[in-house]
Design a protein around this ligand. Structure first.
Ligand SMILES: Nc1ncnc2c1ncn2[C@@H]1O[C@H](COP(=O)(O)OP(=O)(O)OP(=O)(O)O)[C@@H](O)[C@H]1O
Ligand SMILES: [Mg+2]
Length: 124
């Protein structure tokens, strides 16, 4: 860890099991050997093709996902789960799409909106 880094990532690796067309399971290595230091007030953009593991990396830093290898430390403390020292803005909407107050709330909308919300959450 660099002395001035607040966030430090070392040797991070993550694999996911993937179902193959033949019904078997293979392992996809999504992240491997990721090292990153972020210092106070630094603004860092992580750029990569779709599916390259950007969100997975952020979810590990947020403590929402476990790494298979490596460590994430924040101010010298190893991340083992979510904490109040971090926040994450999710890529897809996770709020109920309530109509404006001027419009009546449609009958059955709660169940429909909740169903959509739950199916999206499951995907995330
Ligand atoms: N929970 C999971 N189970 C299985 N595979 C997963 C899971 N989460 C992510 N993956 C797979 O890991 C890979 C990386 O996904 P990730 O969402 O991190 O990519 P990304 O770089 O954020 O992509 P995008 O630019 O489309 O947002 C993808 O192949 C994805 O299908
Ligand atoms: Mg993403």
């Amino acid at each position: 860890m660099s002395a001035s880094a607040r966030l430090s990532i070392r040797g991070l690796g993550k694999r996911f099991p993937l179902r193959t067309d033949g019904g078997g399971v293979r392992t996809a290595q999504v992240l491997q050997g990721v090292d990153l230091d972020v210092r106070e007030s630094e603004f860092v953009s992580i750029i990569g093709a779709s599916g390259s593991g950007k969100t997975t990396l952020l979810r590990i830093v947020a403590g929402l996902e476990r790494a298979d290898e490596g460590t994430v430390t924040i101010d010298g403390r190893v991340v083992k789960g979510p904490g109040q020292d971090r926040s994450m803005v999710f890529q897809s909407i996770n709020l109920f799409p309530f109509p404006p107050r001027s419009q009546p709330f449609p009958a059955g909308a709660g169940r429909r909106f909740c169903g959509g919300f739950l199916s999206r959450s499951a995907i995330n």
